[in-house]
Ligand binder design. Structure first.
Ligand code: CAA
Ligand code: NAI
Length: 246
């Protein structure tokens, strides 16, 4: 087992990539705090995993709200006594062409995808610093690295995540904390289900591996960066996108 007895917080764990990552991490021996805004789906998903014998607990959190994040971290710490891994996976889209993008939708995406990552990381930091080690994995995107039509707000946040990752890798490395990011391509989840079919087909045609990604493809990258196998990897952005933008 690659994460035996490690305690991991995964945000956005009620659905999609975060849910699959929760399962993969638990299968590898981790105790997983599944943190999400969506209480109904989160509780339900955690229950299904527990029925399979996995050690997972759901915690409701709104990553936008610092009080909510602090409370979630406190509860995880109280239950498991430590936090070794944080996967900043929660994210949203509110796509629109620049000419039509409202200030509210611009800000809403910044709040979750950028401020949320800052909140969760700052909240777990004292625990990791006291332990003298930790793994923080942020979720960027092909859109943040290369831009994407209709995603001014989202691309800004996912590029911002790369900047924060590299900054934290420099600041926290000496404290035994590795900080890395995964930049997924187009992955089959609820998020891409909202993209018009025609555009998804175009994206698929651009992928040398000739398929969209699956949540497992990203969960396995999170797993590598959370495990001891990546102990000398710091400040990197791991592109898991089938080679879409070479
Ligand atoms: N590349 C090139 N042209 C594009 C395009 C693209 N990716 N997307 C849209 N266009 C073009 C359209 O073909 C259209 O051209 P014409 O005016 O010549 O017909 C023009 O831009 C306007 O597009 P729409 O008619 O669709 O405009 P709209 O205002 O109705 O909708 C939109 C705009 C909401 C951005 C819609 O086009 C859309 O949803 N696009 C997909 C955006 C996208 O890729 N989102 C990714 C979500 S998944 C994700 O974010 C995960 C991740 O990290 C990758
Ligand atoms: P998803 O929409 O399936 O799941 C996102 C989860 O985040 C949901 O369960 C939602 O409830 C939760 N969430 C949203 N706002 C929250 C908040 N304020 N507080 C707590 N939880 C909140 O999305 P998916 O596809 O699984 O995406 C996961 C991550 O991967 C996101 O950061 C996304 O931007 C990123 N990503 C996804 C890609 C894709 O193609 N699906 C590609 C590149 C990056």
């Amino acid at each position: 087992m690659r994460l035996k007895d490690k305690v991991a917080i995964i945000t956005g764990a009620a659905n999609g990539i975060g849910l699959t990552a929760s399962e993969v991490f638990a299968r590898e021996g981790a105790k997983v705090a599944m943190a999400d805004f969506n209480i109904e789906q989160g509780e339900n998903s955690a229950q299904i995993l527990r029925e399979q014998g996995y050690e997972v607990t759901f915690f409701q959190v709104n990553v936008v709200d610092r009080t909510s994040v602090d409370l979630m971290v406190e509860k995880v710490q109280a239950l498991y006594g430590k936090i070794e891994i944080l996967i900043n996976n929660a994210g949203i889209t509110k796509d629109a062409m620049l000419s039509k993008l409202s200030v509210e939708d611009f800000q809403a995406v910044l709040d979750v995808n950028l401020t949320g990552v800052f909140h969760c990381t700052q909240a777990v930091l004292p625990v990791m610093i006291t332990n003298g080690k930790g793994k923080i994995i942020n979720t960027s995107s092909v859109s943040g690295v290369y831009g994407n039509v209709g995603q001014t707000n989202y691309a800004a946040t996912k590029a911002g995540v790369v900047g924060m990752t590299k900054t934290w890798a420099k600041e926290l490395g000496r404290k035994g904390i590795n900080v890395n990011a995964v930049a997924p391509g187009f992955i089959e989840t609820g998020m891409t289900a909202k993209v018009p079919e025609k555009i998804l087909d175009q994206m698929k045609q651009m992928v040398p591996l000739a398929r969209l990604g699956k949540p497992e493809d990203i969960a396995n990258a999170y797993l590598y960066l959370a495990s001891d196998e990546s102990n000398y990897v710091n400040g990197t952005v791991l592109h898991v996108d089938g080679g879409i933008m070479m």
